[in-house]
Design a protein around this ligand. Structure first.
Ligand code: BES
Ligand code: ZN
Length: 649
């Protein structure tokens, strides 16, 4: 990250002592005597109990949901669905138990659903409800307004999914490994739960759920809930999520997959051909879970399983509670991409337990998680390794900042996405600037104090959502009250554009080594300068990013001949293809690039490659590959690539 000359190197602060910690919880003066200690302990218990009292939920304004929970909210969803691969739709009933706010209408989000009829239940009597579907908004879909009678208890919506649902990918059996059964998976974040379930679809509204899902016989189904580990003969699966979650965490996958245990509370689901490989790659999953717990408190969701989806899954991972969805591109044989697991696991606290109130506060999910991920990686694999990943993250951030420009409002942590697509929030700003703020606070206050703060934060906001303002207030009260000079700095981090002068103290020894090897290689064109034998994926990425942008196709050719960069794992391939295309070497790599774009649907890989092609005289090639590949992309990836290549529809 480019830093202004006033770079803050972080002050060294003496480790806070037990007494200081007590002072900061209870607001008392430091007096090391036992009576006071006892008194303080009682006060701590009181403080904690105070935090635990159930307060009424405060609903923040959400620019991406039509629901009005302050008028009528829901507590619980009972979902009954039949999955039909022939007609590529789901049909069923979504019944909601209403919460304590009960007005005369319930408003649910909907995107392209066919609503057959709606019934309300009141004192045991069922009657047909009047409802209206509002005019469609191009980003948000169309609200369903349902009239309620006084003291309505339940609302049941009979519906089916439309022929284009942004959340759903229906894969024909040819696009799976076994080629025997088709596959279906959902992707609800950020506002696409409404395209497969009518629901209050904002991250600030939580409900529990039970689901009964019927799938073709011989197939398996999992959800973001309690799951079975074996196929059912009749194809009927039941799920319970008894802890309240927001709609973007509703998830379903249906296919031919099996389960393998990893640890006591962890396991993996994957197509049988991939299962053993996946279990080996994820060997450390249980250790990750206990490491995370040691950092920020008990894992609140019971089990933690993951499912490996087909390669068209548009993300690296999605933190669906109890069942993280993963790209198969993370299975590379040497465990070098498992920080993704640490990331999705960390969301169990930051995101799933304490949730951003609206997508304006997306960094509260992703910035916290990226910080937490790094802490898990450091605990498990050491500072040197974790810092390598952090430095690459800072490089991503610098690239994004440079592209966006330092005055771009999207470089703020707190965003204003009213009338904008929430997709606009999904940049490295939320992930890496958010992480950097937490790193900054950690360096200022010391790990011990900062970790205690984070633990209190998760405890205080658990099963609630939070805004950036709420975070700021909490930091002010709990952490920076003794360093008031920091108040403005923290405000700037959250509410200002661009980068705030600060250079994290990462260990960059490994990358310095690569710098000098590369300098020597460039000077003498001698491959012996490059000691690549022990390089992990991260060293390769750093190396490729450090190559000069001088359109030296001969060098590209010799690097490929020596290291087969075009045939490495997807992370390296993606970086290499982007570099190659920008340096006039794209045409020579046309066949592997074509193959890559046909095979993977992960948006993070697709966009930079298509973009580089578009901007470097390969636009026609990009369009024709896209034309062939798009049938295999998930709607989320498809629309993003389409927008990049052909503009917004
Ligand atoms: N929750 C996100 C994925 C996401 C973000 C989906 C926004 C839809 C909208 C997930 O936790 C994530 O961040 N995935 C990253 C991996 C991570 C290691 C940076 C991804 O998919 O690349
Ligand atoms: Zn994430």
């Amino acid at each position: 990250m480019q830093c202004k000359s006033t770079c803050d190197q972080g002050e060294s602060i003496s480790k806070p002592e037990v007494f200081e910690k007590m002072n900061y919880f209870c607001g008392m003066k430091r007096r090391p005597c036992f009576t006071l200690l006892f008194f303080c302990a009682i006060l701590i218990i009181c403080c904690k109990q105070e935090l635990k009292k159930t307060e009424p939920v405060v609903y923040e304004e959400d620019p991406h949901s039509f629901s009005k929970p302050s008028i009528t909210n829901v507590n619980h969803l009972d979902l009954n669905l039949k999955v039909n691969f022939e007609t590529r739709n789901m049909e069923g009933i979504a019944c909601y138990d209403l919460g304590q706010n009960q007005g005369n209408e319930l408003i649910l989000d909907n995107m392209g659903l066919n609503i057959q009829d709606i019934q309300i239940i009141q004192d045991g009597n069922t009657s047909t409800a009047s409802f209206q579907i509002e005019p469609k908004d191009s980003i948000l879909g169309a609200a369903i307004k349902i009239e309620l009678k006084p003291s309505t208890q339940k609302v049941c919506i009979h519906y089916s999914t439309g022929n284009y649902s942004k959340a759903l990918q229906w894969l024909p059996k040819e696009q799976t490994r076994s080629k025997e059964y088709p596959f279906l998976f959902t992707q609800s974040q950020s506002i696409f739960a409404r395209s497969w379930i009518p629901c209050p679809d904002g991250p600030g509204m939580r409900f529990t759920y039970h689901a009964k899902v019927q799938v073709p016989k011989g197939m398996m189904a999992v959800m973001s809930a309690s799951n079975v580990q074996q196929k059912n003969k009749d194809g009927i699966y039941e799920f319970n999520m008894e802890l309240p979650i927001p709609a973007y965490l509703l998830a379903l996958a249906v296919g031919d997959f099996s389960f393998k245990k990893i640890g006591e509370r962890t396991g993996v689901y994957a197509e049988p051909e991939l299962l053993d490989q996946a279990a080996v790659e994820f060997t450390d999953l249980e250790r990750m879970l206990t490491t995370a717990e040691n950092l920020y408190g008990p894992y609140p969701w019971n089990r933690y399983d993951v499912i490996v989806l087909p390669s068209s899954f548009p993300f690296g991972g999605m933190e669906n509670p109890r069942m993280t969805f993963l790209t198969p591109s993370v299975i590379v044989g040497d465990k070098s991409l498992t920080s993704l697991l640490a990331h999705e696991l960390a969301h169990s606290w930051s995101g799933n337990l304490v949730t951003n109130a609206s997508w304006n506060d997306f960094w509260l999910n992703e910035g916290f998680t990226t910080y937490f991920e790094s802490r898990i990686m450091e605990s498990l694999y050491g500072k040197e390794y974790a810092d390598m990943l952090s430095i690459l993250g800072l490089q991503d951030l610098k690239k994004t900042m440079d592209e966006m420009g330092p005055d771009n409002p999207l470089t703020k942590l707190k965003l204003d996405l009213k009338n904008r697509d929430p997709e606009d929030a999904m940049s490295d700003i939320a992930y890496e600037k958010g992480k950097a703020l937490l790193r900054f606070l950690e360096e200022r206050f010391g790990r011990q104090q900062f970790d205690a703060f984070l633990k209190t934060y998760f405890e205080h906001f658990k099963f609630k959502s939070n805004t950036s303002e709420g975070f700021f207030q909490f930091v002010e009260q709990q952490l920076i009250k003794d360093q008031p000079g920091l108040t403005d700095t923290v405000k700037q981090w959250i509410f200002n554009t661009g980068w705030i002068a600060y250079k994290p103290g990462y260990d960059d020894l490994k990358f310095k080594q690569i710098d000098s090897e590369l300098a020597s290689f460039l000077k003498h064109s001698n491959f012996d300068s490059l000691k690549t034998a022990k390089w992990s994926t991260h060293e390769w990425i750093y190396f490729i990013r450090s190559l000069p942008m001088d359109k030296n196709t001969e060098r590209c050719k010799s690097l490929d001949a020596r290291y087969y960069l075009y045939a490495r794992n997807a992370e390296i391939q993606c970086a290499w293809f982007e570099y190659a295309i920008k340096n006039n070497y794209g045409l020579q790599l046309f066949i592997p690039i074509n193959h890559f774009l046909m095979k993977t649907g992960r948006r993070k890989y697709l966009l930079p490659i298509y973009k580089a092609m578009k901007e470097n005289q390969m636009e026609q090639a990009a369009l024709s590959i896209f034309d062939m590949a798009k049938a295999g992309y998930h709607p989320i990836a498809l629309e993003s690539v389409q927008e990049l290549l052909q503009g917004k529809n």
